[in-house]
Structure formats: structure tokens, C-alpha cells
Design a protein. Structure first.
Lengths: 496, 492
């Protein structure tokens, strides 16, 4: 099999999975098996692509050419492979988790749920392997549309309202700003291809560059740069597996990934650095980092708190991209991976707590550590990783980003990262502390003769999934150099 | 035989019409109408092929050599329009067979088909002829039969809608004939190619400019450009479903063709864009049409009216392309004629399916239809996404060229308005989609999936609006070629 065809299979595997899910709708066990098989197959395929790319290849596959000169082409490059690896691996984990969650919670319309999940993953693969801006745009839009039925899964009036905010912001920004930016780029350069070193150098100058870059950064609404972040908290109305995989990994990471990709392959790092066009956007990202964390502090609802934390963490990646240095882009790329594992762990735990104890607010979580020890331990690991404590994955990408700000001589931005870390501690760590060290409500000093509360843990599928995710946070710390080596070609291309 | 293609284009439906009227059997009349429609498409495609290989095709009626006799003259532009009309006619006519049987009195059905075929004759005639007075004749044929078709709607308000259209349409036709008369006075010719040669000598005369004004107002009335669109929403809302689908996809398109043909081929691009500043005149009207009519569409509760207002907004896009005064802009215009015909046809036909089952297209009546009529509503979603301009649908292709044209000219705000108006389209499409898919069904069980006779044609257009969005190369190439013909004037 040629490596180009492999890319086609990254789309086909989830789509075939979707077909199987639809056919097996009457038999839940077979249907879930189909989901698991599809996700496993996809991961194996993406691994093959990874091997090809790390061997120096750039597989390519042209699918169609809708408008003369503008084609739908898939091409694998390091950043995309990284994103695809994370998304496809976590799809397997999330599928396991979903089985436990959806059944434990007796959700309706489960077939539709798994079906659109598979569609969303296919769209995410398209984003990851987009070979030009048009392809990126097409799959980016498909990702918005296919996740809509997942966000509004509950079908309540509240879900409908949230769905309107979700689709409204994502489509307004993408059609109103991103498409404009793409058309503008095409008008200037006559091409939409991603090329190393960018396509704009020598063709655009002056005030055009920062404005165009701004259109891209704000147009990619999935990156949730403030003030266009409202859709992300709104999306929390979705079932927790959706929040976990899509709104901590696939959808939001598709956004920041697109920002990175535009920075590296449309503008080119060197060109951006020379033009100084991204300076103003580093401060927009910095503001989002701080404000997102501050809002997270005020939220008592656990999922809302995690959502604002995601808003803040996404801007780490945007900041890395806007620093326009190889260290910044490398750090941003790593942060996509490390934050994905940390945040998905946290969401898995939040969902497990909801299924077992029906608790959604942080203040209700006193004493949960005793009844759900595995879940809360995993939560602690995830939280520490997001804060950035070694030996957990989050510390590495933060370290790179901090280095990138100092390298650029931006003490102010470095300070922002430090302050943000403190804020992370302030809004995440109280949760495990409450769970482990304080007594549950109504719990009195004179408990039963055993002197303990009965363990009441999440469904076993959920436990497996959240344990894998938490272990991933640890394992990635030791595998970080592999990730860095994968990204090496980009770093080398810039300023090399 | 192939030498007579241009005249066959008109003769087939023209001769079939009286036969339909004489037939007693509704079924036989329907069969004849479908057959005639399919023949026109075959002829139109053959003509397009011939034009592509041989350039301009000219046909002298009765052997009288132009400019004395009436000439039928087909180039890239009208070959394209003929294909659009033929395509829509051949998809809508089988749909009519089922749809009309539930919406029109049985004894009137043969007459209905006769009127439909006359309307088709008129539209094809306008497109095929190379003689300006002949344009007026065919315009009257298509308009009069259109009034009759609209008046056959089930609700009594169809009568007032048809009457209003008759008044406005007649005013438009009168303006056009006055314009044609003035041109004849100044040049002594009615042949388009001949006029294009003669007119530059008298460009400066006030009479020619007045003629230009009369023609412009007349065309804008017929193509329903804001603010001359008032006849359209009611006419589309109350006409029988199949008629709405047919008219929305063809009648205004042919009116746009008239405008392009007169102003760019006969008067010529230099006169229109230079002396008369047509681009600057149409630009604000187009923009206001796009924005205001999309907003009005958002507020509608009758989905057919909603789509009708959306049509007026879409005509704004078509005219906007013209006002960009470039090959890219005109490509967008010509593309959108075809693309909008596909998507709006699919949307109106989907609504026809709903009418067939539940007798209403009030937005509240559509609650829960996503599950009751999945194929119908899926076609609506496809058409709706295309209207918004989501990539891989036809709507995206025409908007892409429109935006490129605006950027080419340096009109940034125009590009922004086009994009923002897409979002308004999203809002009005989404209202329907959300009602159909996210609210529970409350009806009495009448709402079951539409019969295949309705679904199949609907899906032909819905599928086409995806197919030509993914593989737009051929349509873009044809439209671009036609745009070059228009911009370079006659003789190329």
C-alpha cells in the first residue's frame, strides 16, 4: 500500500465505522464493538503514517478539485501526524469510556451518538492531514456541523440554546473571518497550498500582514481566543465523553492546530518574526490565558471550570505560535499533546463523578476521595499535569513555552505564564484536596463500626479509560523527546 | 436535423402546448409535458455542444437573412441559460405529475400543462432569439402563462398574488417594449448583432440613454431586484408547489439573462460600465437586496415565503456579480444562475413534498418532520447548506468567485457583506432545520415520507447541488467562457 492511500484510509476507517454503527443499531454490544474496532484500526493506520513521516516521507493524496486551482488534498506533515496520533489514540480510550458512561447514565439515542462521534473523528482526521487551506476549511466546517448533534444530544431547550451559541460562534467566525482570510490569501498569492517557509513572503508587506494574521487567529474560532470563546463553555451541555474528547481534544485542538499550521505553512515563522506581525496577538493570547483562568476560579460547576481552564490552556498554544520562533511552535505542538491527556483525564473524572454520585458542583465534592479513590487519584494526576508539575507531561510543554518567551526577550509574557500556573493551582487543586481531606456532607464523626464509607466507584469501562489517560500523563513525560523529534523538521526549517 | 436545433428549442414545447389543452386525459397531458421537457433539455445540450465546438450558431427563421428576418443566435451565454432552463424543466415536470394532482382541480390539469409548456416556450424563446422584438413577444408568452399558473394555487390568495404579478409584470413589459421602440427609432434595426454595431454611433444621444433607462427598469422588475421585488414573495408563496419550484429556478434567471444580453452584448460593456455607470448603480441595490431581504426572510413563518424572500436576496448576489464589472464577477453571476436554480429548486420541491403530506408549510407545522419525513428534510438540509454557501456545495463555488471578484476590485466591504449575509442565510435555514429536527412531532400522523414520484426529482436537484459543488470544473469553465463572451461584446 502506498503511503498516500494510507491517508485516504484515515478518513475511511471512521466512516466505515459509522456505517457499521448504523447497521448494527439494534444490537448495542455489536455496535460498541464496531466503534472500538474502528478506533483501533484508525490508530494503527495513523501509526503507519507516523512511521512514514518520521522516516522523512510526506505522503500525499489528491481527492478532488472542486474549483480549478483549488483542490482537496491530504498531506501528512509532522504537526498533523502529532494531532492525528493524539486524536485517534484518545478516540479508543473515549470509546471505552463512552460505553460505561452512556450505559451507566441510560442515555437515549446512543446510536446517533456513536455515529456522529465517528463522523467527527473523520472530520478531525481531515483537518489533521489537510494539504492546503481549502481542505483545512472544508474539514474544519464539517467538524463544526458533525459535532452539533452531539452538543445538543439531550434535546432539551437548554441544549438547543447552547447549540445555537456553539454553531453560531463557530460558523460566524469561520465564514465571516476565516473564509475572508483564505480568499484574501488566494487573491494575493494565487495558491492555497501549505508550503514550508510559507507562501506569503515577498507577496505581502506592511499593515496587511498583521491584519491578515488577526483574521486567521480570530477566524479559527475553535482556538477559543477571547472574546470568541463563549461557544466552549456552552458546549459543556453535551454528554461528558463529548466534552472530553471533542471539547478537550479533537475540536479545540483542531483550532489551535490550524493556528499553528497557518503560522508555519502560510506565513512562515521567519517571515512573521521579521514582520513583527504577531506581536499584538501574543498579548491577546496572554490576556486570554489570564482571564480564562480567573473566570475558571469563579465557577463552581466542575465542567464549566474545566471549560474555562481549556480556554486558557488553548491560548498557550496560540501564544507559542505567535512568538514565531521554532521553540515557540515546538512548545505549542507539544502542548497540544500534553494538555490533551491532562484535560481528558479531568473530564473523564468529572463524568465518572456525575454518573456515580450525580454531583456537578465543586462544592459538593467533599469526601469523594473516600468513595471513589481511583477516580480522584486520576483527577489529581491530571490536575498536576495541567498545572505543570514534573514528572508529568504538562511540565515539559510549559517549560518549552516559558523558554520561548524568555528566548524572545519577553519577560512580560514569561510572567504571564508563571501567574497562570499559580492560577491553575488555585482552581484545580482545591478539588482533590476537598475530596480527600474533608468530610462528606452529612457525614458525622461517629461513623459505623467499620469507620469507613463503602467504596462506590464508576463503571469499570470508565475506570479503565481514565486510568489509561492518567497513566498517559506520566508516560508522556518520559517520551517527550520522541514528540520533539517528530517536530524537529519544522524547527529546523525555521531559522535553520 | 442538427441545423434546426435553435428553432426546435422553441417549437417542441410550443406545439406540445395546444395538444395538451386538447387532451381530455390528465395522464396523457402529463406524459406529453414530461416528454416535451426532456426533449428541450436534449436540444439545449446538443446546442451547447455545438457552440463549444463551432462558436456562435445562427439560424435564420423562414430563410429570411438577418437583419431583415428574425435570427436565432446562440453563443456560450444563452446556450448556458438554455441548459439551465432545460435541466430544471426536465426535473420539475415529472415532479409536477404527482404534485399537481393533489393541488389543482382535475378538469383543469390538461390546461395546467398547456400553460406550463407555454411558459417554458416563452422562457426558452427569450434565451434563444437574436431579435429584440422577438424577446418581447416571448416575454409576454411566458408572463401571461405564468400568471395563469400562479392563479391555479389552492388558496384564494393565489388570485390576488397572480393579479399583483400581472400588474407589475405588465408595467415591466411595457417599459421594455418602450425601450425597444426607442432603439428601433434610433437605429432602424431589431437584430441584436446589428444593433450592437449600429448603437455606438448614437451612444451620445439622449434617446438611447432614455431607452437604456426604460429597459433597465423593465428588466429589474422582471428579475425582482430590490426594490422592484414586491410581486415575487406572494406569487411564489401561493402558486402550486411545482410552479414555484419551476418559476423560482427559471423565470428570474431568464430575466437576468435579458439584462446581461441587452446591456453587455447590445449596448456593450464600455457603454454600460463607462457612460451609464451601471456597476455603481446596481451595487448599492444588490447589497441592500442581499442584506435586507435576508433579514426579512429570517422573520417569516411561512417557509415558502421565507424561501421566496431568500430568492430576492439571492438575486442580489447575481446582480452583485454583474456590478463587479469583471470577468470574475460575471463568472460568479452566471454560475449562481445555475447553482441557485439547483438549490432553490431542491428547497421548493422539498416544501412541495411537505405540502403534499400535511397541506401546510407553516414553520410550526413542520415540527418533528425530521423523523417523520427523513428524506424530504434531508434534501432541505442539503439545499439549505448550499444556500448558506458551505464548501462542497454549489453555493460555495459561486460565493467564492463573488468574493474573489470583490477583492480583485478592492471592494473589501463588499466581500465582508457577502460573507455576513451568508450568516443571515444560516439563521433562516437553521430555524427550519431546528424546528424539524429538534422539536417533537405534534401532528395527527398524516406526515409520512413523500411518495417516490416527488422525492426522486427533489433528490436529483439536491444531489446535483452537491455534485456540482465537488466537481465544479465543468460549470466554472463554461460560465467563465460565457463571461468572457459578455465582457468582450459581440463578434468574439
Amino acid at each position: 500500500m502506498t503511503s498516500g492511500a494510507l491517508l485516504g484510509f484515515t478518513l475511511l476507517a471512521p466512516l466505515a465505522g459509522a456505517a457499521a454503527i448504523a447497521l448494527l443499531r439494534a444490537r448495542p454490544n455489536a455496535r460498541e464493538t464496531a466503534s472500538l474496532v474502528a478506533s483501533g484500526t484508525l490508530f494503527v493506520i495513523v501509526l503507519q503514517v507516523y512511521l512514514a513521516v518520521s522516516g522523512g516521507n510526506r505522503p500525499e493524496l489528491a481527492l478532488a478539485e472542486p474549483i480549478p486551482g483549488i483542490s482537496i488534498t491530504l498531506e501528512a506533515e509532522p504537526l498533523g501526524v502529532l494531532f492525528a496520533l493524539v486524536a485517534s489514540f484518545l478516540w479508543i480510550v473515549t470509546t471505552m469510556y463512552s460505553i460505561g458512561y452512556m450505559r451507566g447514565h441510560r442515555e437515549s439515542n446512543q446510536t446517533r451518538f456513536y455515529l456522529f462521534f465517528a463522523f467527527a473523528i473523520a472530520s478531525a482526521m481531515g483537518v489533521a492531514f489537510a494539504g492546503n487551506l481549502f481542505t483545512l476549511f472544508v474539514f474544519y466546517e464539517l467538524l463544526s456541523l458533525t459535532t452539533f448533534p452531539l452538543v445538543t444530544h439531550a434535546g432539551t431547550a437548554k441544549a438547543r440554546r447552547a447549540g445555537r451559541v456553539y454553531l453560531g460562534i463557530l460558523l460566524t467566525t469561520s465564514i465571516g473571518l476565516l473564509l475572508l482570510a483564505i480568499a484574501w490569501t488566494y487573491a494575493i498569492t494565487g495558491t492555497l497550498d501549505f508550503r514550508e517557509g510559507g507562501i506569503l513572503e515577498g507577496r505581502a508587506a506592511g499593515a496587511v500582514v498583521p491584519v491578515l494574521l488577526g483574521l486567521y487567529v480570530f477566524g479559527i474560532g475553535k482556538a477559543a481566543v477571547m472574546p470568541l470563546h463563549r461557544w466552549l463553555p456552552a458546549a459543556m451541555v453535551a454528554p461528558t465523553p463529548v466534552s472530553a474528547l471533542l471539547h478537550a481534544v479533537a475540536v479545540v485542538k483542531a483550532g489551535v492546530f490550524a493556528v499553528l499550521k497557518v503560522t508555519v505553512y502560510v506565513f512562515g515563522i521567519d517571515f512573521l518574526a521579521e514582520a513583527g506581525a504577531s506581536a499584538w496577538l501574543t498579548w491577546v493570547a496572554a490576556a486570554t490565558i489570564i482571564l480564562g483562568s480567573l473566570v475558571a476560579l469563579t465557577k463552581d460547576n466542575l465542567k464549566a471550570r474545566l471549560a474555562y481552564s481549556t480556554v486558557s490552556q488553548l491560548s498557550y498554544v496560540v501564544l507559542g505560535a505567535m512568538l514565531a520562533s521554532s521553540l515557540g511552535v515546538g512548545g505549542g505542538g507539544m502542548h497540544i499533546v500534553t494538555h490533551a491527556f491532562g484535560k481528558i483525564t479531568l473530564f473523564f473524572c468529572a463524568g465518572a463523578i456525575y454518573v456515580v454520585a450525580h454531583k456537578t458542583e465543586v462544592s459538593q465534592m467533599r469526601g469523594l476521595g473516600r468513595t471513589m479513590p481511583v477516580t480522584m487519584t486520576a483527577f489529581l494526576i491530571g490536575a498536576l499535569s495541567v498545572v505543570g508539575v514534573p514528572p508529568l507531561a504538562g511540565s515539559i510543554s510549559k517549560w518549552y513555552l516559558l523558554g520561548a518567551t524568555l528566548d524572545a526577550g519577553q519577560i512580560g509574557l514569561a510572567a504571564v505564564l508563571v501567574v497562570s500556573t499559580l492560577l491553575n493551582v488555585a482552581y484545580l487543586l482545591p478539588i482533590p484536596i476537598l475530596a480527600f481531606f474533608s468530610k462528606a456532607e452529612g457525614e458525622t464523626a461517629d461513623r459505623g463500626p467499620q469507620g469507613g464509607t463503602a467504596i462506590s466507584e464508576a463503571p469499570v469501562w470508565c475506570l479503565i479509560a481514565l486510568s489509561i489517560a492518567a497513566l498517559g500523563c506520566i508516560a508522556l513525560f518520559f517520551w517527550a523527546d520522541r514528540v520533539y523529534q517528530l517536530l524537529q523538521p519544522i524547527a529546523a526549517a525555521a531559522g535553520g | 436535423m442538427s441545423a434546426h436545433l435553435p428553432v426546435l428549442q422553441v417549437l417542441v414545447p410550443l406545439l406540445a402546448a395546444p395538444v395538451c389543452a386538447l387532451l381530455r386525459s390528465a395522464r396523457a397531458a402529463a406524459a406529453l409535458a414530461v416528454l416535451a421537457s426532456w426533449t428541450t433539455l436534449a436540444v439545449a445540450l446538443a446546442l451547447l455542444g455545438e457552440v463549444k465546438s463551432a462558436g456562435v450558431v445562427s439560424y435564420a427563421i423562414g430563410g429570411w437573412v438577418p437583419p431583415i428576418g428574425i435570427e436565432y443566435r446562440v453563443d456560450m451565454v444563452n446556450a448556458w441559460v438554455l441548459v439551465i432552463v432545460g435541466t430544471i424543466a426536465s426535473v420539475v415536470s415529472p415532479y409536477m405529475v404527482v404534485s399537481v394532482s393533489s393541488e389543482v382541480e382535475r378538469r383543469r390539469i390538461p390546461l395546467f400543462y398547456a400553460a406550463y409548456l407555454l411558459c417554458l416556450t416563452g422562457l426558452l424563446g427569450i434565451a434563444v432569439t437574436g431579435d429584440v422584438f422577438n424577446v418581447f413577444v416571448f416575454l409576454e408568452i411566458s408572463s401571461l402563462s405564468a400568471y395563469a399558473l400562479i392563479a391555479m394555487g389552492t388558496r384564494r390568495r393565489a388570485l390576488t398574488a397572480a393579479f399583483r404579478y400581472l400588474v407589475m409584470g405588465s408595467v415591466g413589459a411595457t417599459f421594455i417594449v418602450i425601450g425597444i421602440g426607442l432603439l428601433y427609432v434610433m437605429t432602424g434595426s431589431l437584430n441584436m448583432a446589428d444593433l450592437a454595431v449600429l448603437l455606438p454611433e448614437v451612444w451620445d444621444s439622449r434617446t438611447v440613454k432614455v431607452a437604456y433607462g426604460f429597459l433597465g427598469v423593465g428588466f429589474c422588475l422582471k428579475l425582482a431586484l430590490f426594490p422592484l421585488h414586491l410581486w415575487l414573495p406572494n406569487a411564489y408563496a401561493y402558486a402550486p408547489s411545482a410552479v414555484t419550484a419551476f418559476m423560482a429556478s427559471t423565470a428570474t434567471k431568464v430575466a437576468v439573462y435579458m439584462l446581461l444580453r441587452f446591456f453587455l452584448t447590445i449596448f456593450g460593456a464600455p457603454f454600460s460600465f463607462g457612460t451609464m455607470a451601471l456597476d455603481r448603480l446596481l451595487l448599492p441595490l444588490a447589497l441592500v437586496a442581499i442584506v435586507s431581504m435576508s433579514m426579512v426572510a429570517v422573520l417569516q413563518v411561512d417557509v415558502k415565503r421565507l424561501l421566496a424572500y431568500s430568492s430576492v436576496a439571492q438575486i442580489g448576489y447575481v446582480v452583485l456579480g454583474l456590478s463587479l464589472a469583471s470577468v470574475t464577477g460575471l463568472t460568479a453571476t452566471l454560475l449562481h444562475l445555475f447553482n441557485h436554480a439547483l438549490m432553490k429548486g431542491a428547497l421548493f420541491m422539498a416544501m412541495g413534498c411537505v405540502v403534499y403530506r400535511i397541506g401546510s408549510v407553516h414553520i410550526d407545522a413542520m415540527a418533528g418532520l425530521g423523523r417523520r419525513m427523513p428524506w424530504t428534510m434531508a434534501a432541505f438540509v442539503v439545499g439549505g447548506l448550499s444556500l448558506v454557501g458551505v464548501p462542497l456545495t454549489v453555493g460555495f463555488v459561486s460565493k467564492w468567485y463573488l468574493i474573489l471578484g470583490a477583492i480583485e476590485r478592492g471592494w473589501w466591504p463588499v466581500a465582508v457583506v457577502v460573507l455576513l449575509a451568508s450568516l443571515l442565510a444560516l439563521v433562516y435555514v437553521w430555524r427550519v432545520v431546528e424546528t424539524a429536527y429538534m422539536r417533537p412531532y405534534e401532528g395527527d400522523g398524516r406526515a409520512v415520507e413523500a411518495p417516490p414520484g416527488l422525492l426522486l426529482p427533489t433528490w436529483v436537484l439536491a444531489a446535483a447541488s452537491i455534485y456540482f459543488g465537488v466537481f465544479a470544473k465543468s460549470t466554472v469553465a463554461t460560465a467563465e467562457q460565457a463571461a468572457r463572451v459578455l465582457m468582450s461584446g459581440v463578434g468574439s
